[in-house]
Design a protein around this ligand. Sequence first.
Ligand SMILES: *Cc1c(COP(=O)(O)O)cnc(C)c1O
Length: 401
Amino acid sequence: MQTIYQTFQKHLAEELEAIQAAGLYKNERIIASPQSVDITLQSGQKVLNFCANNYLGLSDNKELVNAACKAMESHGYGMSSVRFICGTQDLHKQLEAVIARFFGTEDTILYAACFDANGGVFEPLLDENDAIISDALNHASIIDGVRLCKAVRYRYANADMQSLEEQLQAAQAQRFRLIVTDGVFSMDGNVAPLDKIHALAQKYNAMIMVDESHSAGVVGKTGRGTTEAFNLRGKVEIITGTLGKAFGGAIGGFTTGRKEIIAMLRQRSRPYLFSNSLPPAVVGAGIYTFGYLERSSELQNKLHENTDYFVDRMLQAGFDIKPTQSAICAVMLYDAKLSQDMAAKLLEEGIYVAGFYYPVVPKGQARIRLQISAAHRREQLDKCIQAFTKVGRELGVLKKN
Ligand SMILES: *Cc1c(COP(=O)(O)O)cnc(C)c1O
């Protein structure tokens, strides 16, 4: 007689084998140094990193580390409470204020992660009388957040304004309408056409939510995100974002926008009410980061310069690259195995990248996705381009000119 766990164990083993057999098993690759553009792998190999969300190069920034240490010294290690019982420090209020200033919004609420911000934003605001109109390629956390809400769901094809318009027409049956989009879509690096979305929202009486996780710090002249790029600062109702990408990369998320919306989230948003406060170190470093970005756009300028340089040279070398408007550069290979072989050969050349294939991207759309950082030096970008060209030639993926 098998115990319940023996039966379950067998079931899990079969499922895990099926994942392996489908070639979809995710292995963790171990880094033995701080996160940076130069990293040391567990094998001791030193490589150039092109697959972190470290857009502004702040992950190992000394000033951030100092700001985190100082906040720990002055405000302790942990909060041991949710925000509304006894987990709010002056630091949390300061960080919420600087984030609102950065995005030109009225108020901000912090979460443990953007996954939580998105998980907790819909259900408190909308109900079965309302409609959520969501881009088909929105992040998993938006999809999960929408599932937790009773609003009627509509889905439009990625960044497709005709499809959005059709869905908005269908959604006229509901009371309130909220259009939801990522600012930058992480697999292609394309930016949501927020100007057109805004025009449709006006025409069909809808509100807008943008998740700026991959666009904040990156898109727009000073990196304020898609609302800056399309001249819509203060004109969308809700922005969500992460502290885990451009802004130092530790942990933490936020929702920023209209003050009544933020006020309601403080009352009813479950990941806020029932999960611990961000620790002082993360909050102190966050205040430093947004303060720095308020004073200087040097890092954003450097990132834009690096991205333009890199994409230009890669196109010249004959690679097929998705048109990007962010710091994400998708080198299209189409074939899943080729994407894995190419990533492995690049690693031998000291270039750390990730190949993506179905189901992370559509079938036949395999690629290597690179993420450029303000911290990449010119010679490091050149080294990467040279390695790609060498390996690309060996694997026959370069376009003949
Ligand atoms: C990374 C990401 C998230 C999750 O952010 P975390 O703070 O890591 O939970 C949410 N939305 C989008 C669009 C993202 O890219």
